[in-house]
Design a protein around this ligand. Structure first.
Ligand code: AMP
Length: 393
């Protein structure tokens, strides 16, 4: 799912593009539609998951144009507050919305000036915000969206009483989003008091297939893709394998090739009739076919237990599809193998996937396989290209 399908405004999408993001991260995928729908959210997520954009993008979309102070984000430290303010500015640079940051340890002048001139979003640490509230420079009576970011750290730092005082000054009819890496009992109590019918999103706590599955990339020259796939199957002790291809034609090609090499194969794509598809699926489920070759669309919602291996003959088009694909393995036992064939053109996509799943995937070479030359297998060429890339930048 690309950013453009999440319901964000054109101006915000432009900001996202300018930030260089291509695919939403898991927390963004889940939180953005809920936030846009006005739901209260508890997000269990650490920094590094893209949680700032998960709340900032819907806020910018909802506020749309300059007006009153309508969004307040509380942060435990000035560093975080400054970071989050910068993120709002970056994503919102194609709108006329104004954001101010408020934290202690610095003079009041610049913060007072910003508040006086009128802002739509305030990112603040609790103590200094209370100072501005007490002196009447900051009023929260028009706040529509409140974000309590890094709530567990605010608790650790003893800020909860201040946080509560601030929340009491916000209208009770508002949307509240609470983000926290952990949810100790005090945070549960706070959430029960401050949030209404919240939706909980857990990212990174319950381990996803992306974490439990063993990943491997198999770099190879493009014209050795078939050979490598055959060899991989020969050397793998598998129960059932799902092979993913980019197009129907490629899926047909791979199925025919595997059939010729003695595998029992079924193929699943949208050109097949309903009865052909059912036949393929039933046969695969019952173990009559050991390999199922499929395209992404055909495999959506596919419910087959005990797939031991997923092999990406082609790289998925979107990083998110990688997770869907490997989610097919590792379901019951929470283990499994995901092999991905990689050619020189796939490098950008590999980086996108590695970013998306938050880990780098080991590159594996098959021993005694008659590899042809590709820069991917040549560490010296790789190093040269990286240096050239850096120089260009
Ligand atoms: P956060 O968890 O909000 O601190 O974000 C961690 C880092 O990921 C920041 O440097 C963001 O700029 C970056 N980031 C957030 N969302 C995306 C995305 N969808 N694609 C690429 N980078 C992202």
């Amino acid at each position: 799912m690309p950013f453009s399908r999440l319901g964000l405004s054109p101006a915000v999408l432009q900001g996202v593009r300018a930030a260089g993001y291509t695919d939403p991260t898991p927390i963004q995928l889940r939180a953005i539609p809920l936030a846009l729908a006005g739901r209260d959210i508890i997000g269990c997520a650490q920094t590094g998951t893209g949680k700032t954009a998960a709340f900032a993008l819907p806020i910018l979309t909802k506020l749309a144009h300059h007006g009153k102070l309508r969004a307040l984000v509380l942060e435990p430290t000035r560093e975080l507050a400054a970071q989050v303010e910068t993120a709002f500015r970056d994503y919102g640079r194609f709108s006329d919305l104004r954001v101010a940051v408020v934290y202690g340890g610095v003079g009041y002048g610049a913060q007072e000036k910003a508040l006086r001139e009128g802002v739509d979003i305030v990112v603040a640490t609790p103590g200094r915000l209370l100072d501005h509230m007490r002196s009447g420079r900051c009023r929260l009576n028009h706040v529509e969206v409140l974000v309590l970011d890094e709530a567990d750290r605010m608790l650790d730092m003893g800020f909860l009483p201040d946080v509560k005082r601030i929340i009491e000054q916000c209208p009770s009819h508002r949307q509240t989003m609470l983000f926290s890496a952990t949810i100790p009992p005090e945070i549960v109590t706070l959430a029960q008091w401050a949030l209404k019918d919240p939706e909980t999103i857990e990212i990174g706590r319950r381990r996803s297939p992306a974490e439990t599955v063993r990943h491997a990339l198999y770099p190879v020259a493009d014209d050795q893709r078939d050979e490598l796939l055959i060899e991989l199957l020969k050397r793998t002790d598998f129960d059932s394998v799902l092979v993913f291809c980019r197009t129907k034609d490629r899926a047909d090609h791979v199925a025919a090739m595997l059939h010729r090499t003695g595998h029992s194969v079924a193929v699943l794509h949208s050109n097949r009739t309903q009865s052909e598809r059912e036949h393929a699926l039933r046969g695969f489920r019952e173990g009559r076919f050991e390999v199922l070759v499929a395209t992404d669309i055909a495999a959506r919602g596919l419910d087959v237990e005990d797939i031991s291996h997923v092999i990406n003959y082609d790289m998925p088009q979107h990083a998110e599809d990688y997770v869907h694909r490997i989610g097919r393995t590792g379901r019951a036992l929470a283990t499994g193998d995901a092999f991905t064939i990689m050619t020189a053109e796939d490098k950008k996509q590999v980086h996108a996937i590695e970013f998306f799943i938050g880990q780098s995937i080991p590159r594996v070479k098959l021993e005694n396989f008659p590899y042809k030359y590709t820069t991917l297998l040549d560490p010296e060429a790789e190093r040269r290209m990286r240096t050239m890339g850096r120089r260009r930048r």
